[in-house]
Design a protein around this ligand. Structure first.
Ligand SMILES: NC(=O)c1ccc[n+]([C@@H]2O[C@H](COP(=O)([O-])OP(=O)(O)OC[C@H]3O[C@@H](n4cnc5c(N)ncnc54)[C@H](O)[C@@H]3O)[C@@H](O)[C@H]2O)c1
Length: 250
């Protein structure tokens, strides 16, 4: 199994990409903490994954709250004795696209809070635990909006994900000496329930055409996370890995 003896913490694991990744990580032998602010959905996900024999548990966690993230990481280490994979997945653009000239301060901070500060807090508490565990892998979640100027006019979300990509490179440089690898996945439009709802109806031709292989599948992002979590990627750090159906190169 590809994640034998790994202990993984996945934020935003109650649904979408995080939920698929949690099931995959467990199938590959990891002990997995599913962290999410949605307790009902989180418990449902854990029950389903445990039915297939996965070693999983749910921890309620709001990634925008430092006490909550610190407690969730502590609970992970208390339960499994260490942390070796930190997957900062929770996030997403908030409904209602607003440009820099339209967005209020509240709109700006809401996107930054969830997508950049949430990742920041995951790294603050998670990397401490990884270092204490002798090293491991951090997987951050950026977006193709950070790599291409044309994908989104939700500028606060763009800024937040750009921050995640830059932070990933910088943390990789600083924590390599502690045997902590830090990479980010850069998805294009990926058909989770939330996004499938949003991309209903007529879409800009360029958005559709530049996803050369069609819109992405959550399983493909989860499989990339599995690779980055495993020792197969032992020499890969500081990388922003596009899983975007060719969007950013087209
Ligand atoms: N789906 C896409 O098209 C796409 C594209 C690019 C990047 N991404 C990124 O991938 C990640 C996952 O996206 P998804 O489509 O699976 O999202 P999703 O909405 O399906 O799932 C997100 C999960 O995060 C949880 N969550 C939200 N706020 C939280 C908080 N404050 N604390 C803890 N949990 C919280 C939600 O309850 C939910 O379970 C996000 O970071 C998103 O920005 C997604």
């Amino acid at each position: 199994m590809r994640l034998q003896d790994k202990v993984a913490f996945i934020s935003g694991a109650a649904s979408g990409i995080g939920r698929v990744a949690a099931a995959l990580f467990a199938k590959e032998g990891a002990a997995v903490i599913l962290a999410d602010r949605d307790a009902a959905a989180g418990h449902r996900a854990v029950e389903e994954i445990a039915k297939s024999g996965g070693n999983v548990a749910f921890v309620q966690c709001d990634v925008t709250n430092p006490q909550s993230v610190e407690a969730a990481i502590q609970q992970t280490v208390a339960r499994y004795g260490r942390l070796t994979v930190l997957y900062n997945n929770a996030g997403g653009s908030l409904p209602g696209t607003k440009t820099v000239t339209e967005a209020s301060d509240a709109d700006f901070w809401a996107e930054i809070n969830l997508n950049l500060y949430g990742t920041w807090l995951g790294c603050r508490y998670g990397i401490r635990a990884l270092v204490q565990s002798g090293g491991g892998s951090v997987i951050n979640t950026s977006s193709a909006v950070a790599m291409s100027g044309a994908l989104s006019d939700n500028h606060a979300y763009v800024a937040a994900k750009g921050g995640v990509s830059a932070l990933t490179r910088s943390l990789a440089c600083r924590y390599g000496r502690d045997k902590v690898r830090v990479n980010a996945i850069v998805p294009g439009v990926t058909k989770t329930e939330r996004v499938t709802e949003r991309v209903k109806g007529p879409l800009p031709t360029a958005l559709v055409d530049r996803h050369l292989l069609g819109f992405g599948d959550p399983g493909c992002v989860a499989a990339t996370a599995l690779f980055l979590a495993s020792d197969e990627s032992a020499s890969i750090t500081g990388h922003n890995l596009a899983v975007d159906s060719g969007y950013t190169i087209s």
